[in-house]
Design a protein around this ligand. Structure first.
Ligand code: ATP
Ligand code: ZN
Length: 303
């Protein structure tokens, strides 16, 4: 049976992730890469951690900050946009910030932007004075308008913000943009960025004072180990000693060239590279004396 939600369990960590949507799959993959595995409940809302005492709660992304604030969940994977919006909302209501972003996770990238009808001649924020702006992010927008010293009307909408100008309910919008295709399809153009967002691992503003502290620390270390190695490649090859200086020059932008004792007098060498290692690069290294070149994906590391 699932443990009751809402009572903070002290010896298991509970992480909220989006049930379905843009962040659902990448959040699960990241946690799986951290060595977690689960047994799903029949209602598919709760996943019981099998490899570690770390359970998942599958929810709407909008609910994640509140679940952390209320102590129902210990950690959550949520867009910075959602976290900042709800923190702004709490601030307006005189509540203390109850959570914080612990790590940027490198997926779910998007921007919260102002977008205006395509035929507008955009001259800057001062143009917004007295206009109506439709958004699902009223707290962030109000904060930004205050910062700019602009008095505009914020029209709160929970969805389909991009059609508001055509419907005449607003003059422009403030919405999340990634490719810009939705804006273009609605004859809008982005003009100002209010927030650069990505998915973050969020946790409570204070720490934990029980078994969850150790679990959270271990998880963060593993998350760092996975994120640091993302896109890294280990380059391995052998070479005669006299070729090493030339090879080291070719690999000046990689990590240090590590020498391992090799067979028949040749050296075994390895270097960590950021990003893809092209065929052209391998051929250059080969011309400089590298043999048996191998490029290996690196999954994780423990720093
Ligand atoms: P839910 O049913 O969980 O409430 P949702 O419709 O609010 O789902 P998604 O559209 O899946 O949520 O977006 C989740 C998060 O993905 C956003 O809060 C944002 O951080 C990120 N994101 C990345 N690109 C975009 C984009 N182009 N539009 C909207 N969100 C984006
Ligand atoms: Zn949502």
């Amino acid at each position: 049976m699932n443990p009751p939600l809402g009572t903070a369990s002290r010896d298991r960590l509970r992480i909220a992730i989006q049930k379905s949507g843009r962040l659902a799959e990448p959040a699960r993959s990241l946690l799986a890469a951290c060595g977690l595995s689960w047994r799903e409940s029949r209602d598919k809302l709760f996943c019981y951690g099998e490899s570690l005492p770390v359970d998942l709660l599958l929810v709407r992304d909008d609910d994640i900050p509140g679940l952390i604030a209320d102590g129902v969940c210990d950690l959550g994977v949520v867009g910075r946009n959602e976290l900042d919006e709800q923190a702004g909302e709490r601030e307006r209501n005189g509540l203390a910030p109850a959570y914080r972003a612990l790590r940027g996770l490198g997926f779910g990238q998007c921007r919260l932007m102002l977008a205006v009808p395509e035929d507008w001649d955009w001259q800057g924020p001062q143009q917004l004075q007295g206009l109506r702006i439709a958004t699902s992010y009223p707290a962030i927008l109000r904060q930004w308008l205050e910062g700019q010293g602009i008095d505009a009307q914020v029209v709160e909408l929970s969805g389909s913000v991009e059609i508001a100008p055509r419907l005449g309910t607003a003059d422009l919008i403030c919405d999340l943009v990634s490719s810009g295709a939705t804006l273009a399809a609605n004859h809008l153009k982005p003009v100002e960025t209010l927030l650069d967002s990505e998915a973050v691992l969020a946790g409570p503003a204070g720490g934990f004072d029980d078994a969850r502290a150790g679990l959270a620390q271990m998880l963060l270390r593993r998350v760092d180990g996975v994120l640091q190695m993302k896109d890294r490649k280990l380059l391995m090859f052998s070479a005669e000693r006299e070729s090493v200086p030339a090879l080291a020059r070719l690999l000046h932008d990689a990590g240090p060239l590590v020498e391992l004792p090799g067979a028949n007098g040749a050296l075994s060498l390895q270097a960590m590279c950021d990003g893809a290692v092209s065929w052209q690069r391998l051929e250059e290294l080969e011309r400089a004396g590298a043999r048996g070149l191998m490029v290996l994906a690196v999954e994780r590391s423990l720093a």
